[in-house]
Design a protein around this ligand. Structure first.
Ligand code: CTP
Ligand code: CA
Length: 227
């Protein structure tokens, strides 16, 4: 009692975080992916654990180590992430989806390595599950769902549309056309938009600082809702 941790609003809360890219296999040796490093999601998980929360981090392939006090589950594809997230969903109070999930995967995955042929190659892609949208559809009263969005134009407008469409409580929108924001940078610059109408700029800062600001905003938003 009286320590920073035990007096934290987040003490004892279950927080589920996703991070990193996904990997969509073409054959045993090849895959589609994106440039996500996982840094933002890992910074969120690390910060949540420091605030006393019980944290589950579901991570796509990333080189980062497991943050102190965090339980990490490793996944590869969007489909794997979908199943792992739903395995942990019911007990989660706050869900933060920082992962950069692939929107498409090869329609067919080959069991054997594809051999090169003359001429060009066409690989048909199909849509992956939209994990965040599915979470929004199954969200329960006690749950607070936060999405991320990467945009290169109309950042706030597109962010608001995603917030609505996916039934989120809040969204963090990144302008990935900015130099010091986005995938592999140690820093980020973003905007927090909540369903309750709060809009707050998260100015250029380390990803850990951004994570700390994010938790203050979520706490404010949740406390506002209790009144
Ligand atoms: N997301 C997800 N499952 C997907 C695609 C995205 O859960 N198959 C989540 C991401 O983790 C993120 C949010 O949805 O929290 C927004 O991702 P983003 O790529 O910005 O939006 P999309 O809805 O995929 O739309 P688009 O890429 O066309 O802008
Ligand atoms: Ca996308």
């Amino acid at each position: 009692i009286g320590t920073k941790e035990s007096s934290s609003y987040y003490n004892g809360k279950h927080i589920l975080v996703t991070a990193g890219p996904t990997r969509e296999s073409i054959d045993p040796v090849r895959f589609f992916t994106n440039h996500s490093s996982g840094k933002m999601g890992y910074a969120i998980a690390e910060t949540a654990a420091k605030l006393g929360a019980s944290v589950t981090l579901i991570s796509g392939p990333s080189n980062l180590g497991v943050p102190n006090g965090v339980s990490r589950m490793e996944v590869e594809s969007a489909r794997d992430m979908y199943h792992e997230v739903f395995r942990h969903y019911d007990k989660a109070d706050i869900i933060i989806k920082a992962a950069a999930v692939a929107d498409y995967r090869p329609k067919e995955t080959f069991d054997q390595k594809m051999k090169k042929q003359e001429g060009s190659l066409v690989i048909e892609l199909e849509r992956t599950e939209d994990i965040l949208k599915a979470l929004g559809e199954k969200k329960q009263k006690h749950q607070y769902l936060v999405g991320f969005a990467a945009e290169t134009s109309n950042v706030i407008q597109y962010g608001r549309e995603k917030l609505e469409r996916k039934n989120l409580d809040a969204i963090v929108v990144n302008d990935v056309s900015q130099e010091n924001a986005g995938f592999s940078a140690d820093t980020n610059e973003a905007a927090f938009i909540s369903k309750t109408g709060k809009q707050q700029k998260l100015s250029l800062n380390s990803k850990v600082k951004i994570a700390q600001q994010l938790f203050s905003l979520i706490e404010e938003d949740l406390k506002g809702g209790e009144q």
